[in-house]
Design a protein around this ligand. Structure first.
Ligand SMILES: [Zn+2]
Ligand SMILES: [Zn+2]
Length: 140
């Protein structure tokens, strides 16, 4: 395969892999007692601050601790596995892709909870925002 095609496949694959890992961790660790302290913190802080009628606010809450630390361990493990198996240039593309994917995910998620997000004009944003609100609405 041509190098450009390999890079592109790696970037797209990295994005999907990072999304899959985040989604699985959120569901299994964040929303089940199995997650222990992470589960409690996630329910209390994130879904505690943003629940019921308070799913959106004018500014994103500063009280909520960042969840980045919880994703650090799986990210390092994933990067180590990639480093061990991929050629170094493909590894660099992979790490850049998962980092960009994570950053975009965090950014869009913050926008979900803002009442005046600039992303409101996009249909996909509404669809995903409603999906994100679903667990909070169900618990009421
Ligand atoms: Zn959650
Ligand atoms: Zn949220």
């Amino acid at each position: 395969m041509e190098r450009t095609a390999i890079y592109l496949t790696t970037a797209v694959g990295g994005h999907y892999l990072a999304s899959l890992i985040q989604m699985s961790l959120h569901r299994v660790v964040g929303h089940r007692p199995l997650g222990g302290p992470i589960h409690r913190i996630h329910m209390l802080e994130h879904h505690g601050i943003y629940s019921g009628d308070a799913l959106v606010a004018d500014t994103y809450s500063e009280e909520e601790k960042s969840s980045t630390q919880y994703y650090a361990a799986p990210a390092v493990a994933l990067a180590a596995a990639a480093y061990a198996t991929l050629p170094v240039d493909v590894f660099v593309v992979f790490v850049a892709a998962i980092s960009a994917s994570y950053t975009a995910h965090v950014y869009v998620h913050t926008q979900y909870h803002l009442s005046r997000s600039w992303l409101r004009r996009f249909g996909w944003f509404h669809t995903r925002r409603n999906l994100h609100y679903a667990p909070a609405v169900r618990r009421r």
